[in-house]
Every structure is written in structure tokens, then in C-alpha cells.
Design a protein around this ligand. Structure first.
Ligand SMILES: [Zn+2]
Length: 190
């Protein structure tokens, strides 16, 4: 709890910049985390030009990993590094995809997520899931795109074409939607 920390007269306000490492001290309470007593702002986690993408990532992370969930901190930190490494646009896609994957919402890109069959041809994206042509239909996901996505995530020197990046963004939007998370307009219309 940092009651009133963001009020104009709060001494903490200046330190509470988003996307910075913070060293915090608190007094433990009888329940919960206790009360914040001191904050020192450390270094920024991202270059200023990545700030909007970083905030987008945090907004999604806060929905994926709920309060009390032991997961989330390491996953979000790793996603922020992915964003910083891969650069804008592709970095945000890679970072969000990574978080969806570690949250357990994605499957293997070479197999149908319904029947488990390995598929080499074009597959389809239906309700945020990758399916073969016997299991469903929807947005087309070519074998080439699946390979490119895997390359982008694993850090290969793959550059997605504009069309592939748009498809990947739409795939992510649909996964989020299936789980009741609305991607912001800035993500959808990147
Ligand atoms: Zn199938």
C-alpha cells in the first residue's frame, strides 16, 4: 500500500515513474504487504523511445498475471528485455507473444492445437487457436509465417514483412480477446 503516494504533495510522487527499477522499503503490516516508507528510483528499464510500448506491455501483463499469482515478475522482466532487444514494432509483438506463451495460452506452432497433428501446410487461426483444416477455419496462417514467428521469438535474425507483422498482431489481438482482454487502439493500429 502506498496510500496517497501519487497526490501532488506526496514525497513519493517524483520517484514513482513507470518503467524504472525502484528500491523500496516498507513496514510490514499485520496483513498484506504493509506500508511504503521509502523509495529510491533506480535506472530506467527501457530507452525513452520504448516508453509507450513498455506501458502497453505492463497493461497486458497486469491482466495476465493477477495479484497474488506467484508468476509475473520474472516473465514481465523478460518480456521487457525482449522488447528492448528486438526493437520497436517487432519487439512489442515478440514480447507480448512471449508473455501469452508463458501464461500458457499458446501452443506449439507446428501442430494443430485441437487434434495435435503435425501440419506442414497452411493452418488457420480460430478463436485465438492454431488449427488444421480438419479442425476449423479462420484467418490463414502459412507455414512460412509460422516459421518466421518462431524465429522472431527465439531471437533469430528474422524480420517480419509488414503483412506478416499485421497478421501476427491480429493473432495476438484475438488471443487477448478470447481471454477478455481488450488490446488498446495503439496496439491494434500500430
Ligand atoms: Zn486438427
Amino acid at each position: 500500500m502506498a496510500r496517497g503516494a501519487r497526490r501532488p504533495k506526496s514525497g513519493f510522487r517524483a520517484s514513482l515513474e513507470p518503467l524504472h527499477a525502484l528500491q523500496i522499503s516498507w513496514r510490514s503490516g499485520r496483513t498484506g504487504m504493509g506500508t511504503l516508507v521509502d523509495i529510491h528510483r533506480g535506472q530506467g528499464l527501457l530507452e525513452p523511445s520504448f516508453l509507450l510500448d513498455g506501458l502497453e506491455l505492463l497493461a497486458i501483463a497486469s491482466r495476465l498475471f493477477q495479484e497474488g499469482d506467484p508468476h509475473g515478475f520474472d516473465e514481465t522482466t523478460a518480456a521487457l528485455s525482449l522488447l528492448a532487444e528486438r526493437g520497436q514494432q517487432q519487439g512489442l509483438l515478440a514480447a507480448v507473444w512471449y508473455m501469452l506463451d508463458v501464461a500458457g495460452w499458446l501452443g506449439n506452432l507446428s501442430h494443430c492445437w485441437q487434434c495435435g497433428r503435425e501440419v506442414e501446410q497452411t493452418m488457420f487461426w480460430q478463436h485465438g487457436q492454431l488449427v488444421c483444416d480438419s479442425c476449423g477455419k479462420g484467418m490463414r496462417v502459412s507455414a512460412g509465417l509460422r516459421k518466421s514467428i518462431a524465429g522472431v521469438i527465439s531471437g533469430g535474425h528474422v524480420r517480419l514483412s509488414m503483412a506478416d507483422a499485421d497478421t501476427l498482431r491480429e493473432m495476438i489481438r484475438m488471443v487477448l480477446q478470447e481471454h477478455g482482454i481488450k488490446a488498446t487502439d495503439s496496439f491494434v493500429n500500430y
